[in-house]
Write a protein that binds this ligand. Structure first.
Ligand code: AMP
Length: 597
């Protein structure tokens, strides 16, 4: 099935940045993409925050609105590029006054408030490393990431600090400074007031020389086993953020842009903060949670022209507010300013693409990437045919392939070598040729896991895909056990470890159970300690325990008791078998289970 893009008549049309896919791919080089950026004055290097903010200040864009922040109560506050430059300079000075310098880790645990953007960009100006945490994480994931990431500074609110950090603080001796945004620092021992520090800081800051290879961002992601992995990204990644936002999001300087992802995740950082600001567009930031009417209102009132969102949100919109039609057949949610819609993070069902066309007047452009790649790798482009259900084609500068699979479902590695699948529509592990600027440079303190992510000159993504005969890529599933729920990547090991800290639990195996709305929900199978009865009350208690400790984004939504958890010979719980049983699939060939995402 193919789908030619039908564009809205009412939309102010712009020429797409990528008009001819084949030509752009053949002519593109990353060094040419680098030339679109300014670099620090006097050849002092490349700094993400300079590209995102300061370089606009001396131009016509200085007075343009950079951020338009919508508070939960509907209050709108805006900051121009010049104001953002000033604020971020202040925060860089705050860090400097605390003795925080190059390479030191600054963590955020904040909602999508204006201060978050100040902290992110101020940290980058100071050449410190920014690590964002999702504010819906519970105390366990927060503590673990603060520890694994060597957090020196945490910026949060009084409420989040009280609920998620205060009790664990004695176990985090390296966490030297906690800055509280808003009121409350006075009542919290061991914290400082963000506002007071900002008020005392100068608004002038000279960005120190920054090597493109200096570490800039740390994003935690999950694997099948072990602790979360801290993917290291460097300042040079900004070259890829800029180029890919032009190609895959079709950003133009006059756009009003809204990315619904939280900056606690990589999408919300690369494309919610850095890329759009580097393009000098106006970025809409909504502090509120998903609400269909609120979202339509934002698209309408803020005159959003480019919208980057996620399949779960689109599915919720499809269900929550069925598009109503006026007598002439127009969608009631007529959004004349909207000209491009993209989505990422989980499979986008073909119905959602079609729904976009019918109710928004635009199809949804799916694209694919992951924390490690730092930027979009495969996309449907504004000027190209969309094949609903396909992730699209590799971006200019990106070489992708599908590798033959071995017994374990992942790329087969024989004597260090791998084999690409040449026939169309054969499922294999999606792999990428390293070399683009936002490629992760390592997993923090985990060289072994980093090395294991490569074979024979390819980066192995852990995803299964097929390529059709015309070169479009189709997502098939994960080759490992990580769970995508509502677009968030969840490591089963992290959930199992927390559950096993409950006194009633002997062992746990955690899987993703397919769900029509969220893609998957987290389901835990637990075996109980001798003498403990599997009651409904205990089930409720374990669900509440999970929520309290892990937070709603990660906690299991379902618990099943099972005294005979299937195990490997070495004693590991076989999640794939649990999943096969749950789905009623044959359990003989476990490598076939991926089709059920
Ligand atoms: P994260 O590192 O949290 O951004 O998650 C990356 C993973 O999300 C990928 O490895 C895929 O499994 C999944 N993913 C991202 N984009 C898509 C997409 N367009 N279609 C299907 N799965 C996707």
């Amino acid at each position: 099935m193919t789908w030619e893009t039908i564009r809205k008549d009412s939309t102010a049309q712009v020429a797409p940045n990528l008009a001819d896919y084949a030509r752009e791919r053949s002519e593109f080089t990353w060094s040419r993409a680098r030339k679109c950026l300014d670099g620090l004055p006097c050849g002092r290097g490349l700094n993400m925050a300079y590209e995102a903010v300061d370089r606009h200040v001396g131009t016509m864009r200085g007075g343009k609105v950079a951020l338009r922040c919508l508070a939960r109560d509907g209050t709108v506050t805006s900051a121009t590029y010049a104001e953002l430059a000033h604020r971020t300079a202040r925060f860089a000075n705050v860090l400097r006054s605390l003795g925080v310098g190059r390479g030191d880790a600054v963590f955020t645990l904040l909602g999508r408030c204006p201060e978050l953007y100040t902290v992110v960009l101020g940290t980058l100006k100071n050449t410190s490393v920014l690590c964002p945490l999702f504010s819906a994480f519970g105390p366990d994931p927060v503590e673990q990431r603060l520890r694994l990431g060597d957090a020196l500074v945490l910026v949060t609110t009084a409420a989040l600090y009280r609920r998620k950090v205060a009790e664990r603080r004695p176990d985090l001796p390296g966490l030297a400074h906690v800055l509280i945004v808003g009121p409350g620092a006075e009542e919290l021992p061991g914290t400082l007031s963000f506002d007071a520090l900002m008020a005392a800081a100068s608004g002038h800051f000279a960005i120190p020389p920054t090597s493109p290879e200096d570490m800039a961002l740390l994003h935690f992601t999950s694997g099948t086993t072990g602790t979360p992995k801290g993917a290291i990204h460097v300042h040079e990644a900004v070259v890829a953020h800029h180029a890919t936002a032009a190609y895959a999001l079709d950003l133009h300087p006059e756009d009003v842009y809204w990315c619904t992802a939280d900056p606690g995740w990589v999408t919300g950082m690369s494309y919610g903060v850095i890329a759009p600001l580097v393009h000098g567009v106006t970025v809409v930031v909504d502090e509120g949670d998903y609400d269909a009417l609120r979202w339509y209102r934002i698209l309408d009132e803020q005159q959003v022209s480019v919208w980057y969102t996620a399949p779960t949100a689109l599915r919720m919109l499809m269900r929550g507010a069925p598009p109503q039609r006026s007598n002439d057949g127009r969608a009631v949610h007529d959004l004349p300013a909207l000209r491009f819609v993209a989505s990422v993070g989980e499979p986008l069902n073909p119905e959602a693409v079609v729904w976009g066309q019918e109710s928004l007047g635009l199809p949804v452009h799916d694209n694919w990437w992951q924390t490690e790649t730092g930027c979009i790798m495969i996309a449907n482009f504004a000027a190209c045919e969309i094949r609903p259900g396909s992730m699209g084609r590799p971006l200019p500068g990106v070489e992708a392939t599908v590798l033959e699979r071995g017994e374990d479902g992942r790329a087969r590695i024989t004597d260090g070598g791998v084999r690409a699948v040449h026939e169309p529509d054969v499922v294999g592990e999606l792999a990428l040729r390293p070399g683009w600027p936002s490629m992760f440079r390592g997993y923090l303190h985990d060289e072994k896991r980093y090395e294991a992510a490569f074979a024979d000159g390819w980066y192995l993504t852990g995803d299964l895909a097929r390529r059709d005969e015309d070169g479009w890529y189709w997502f098939v599933g994960r080759a490992d056990d990580v769970i995508k729920s509502a677009g968030h990547l969840i490591g089963p090991f992290e959930v199992e470890s927390t559950l096993m800290e409950h006194p009633a639990v002997a062992e746990a195996g955690v899987i993703g159970r397919p769900d029509p709305m969220a893609g998957n929900i987290v389901k835990a199978f637990v075996s109980l300690r001798p003498g403990v009865e599997p009651t409904a009350a205990l089930e409720r208690e374990l669900l509440a325990f999970g929520r309290r400790r892990l937070g709603p984004a990660v906690a299991p939504r379902e618990i099943a008791f099972d005294q005979n958890l299937p195990k490997t010979r070495s004693g590991k719980v076989m999640r794939r078998l649990l999943r096969a049983r749950e789905l009623g699939l044959p359990t003989g060939d476990l490598s076939t289970l991926e089709g059920s995402v």
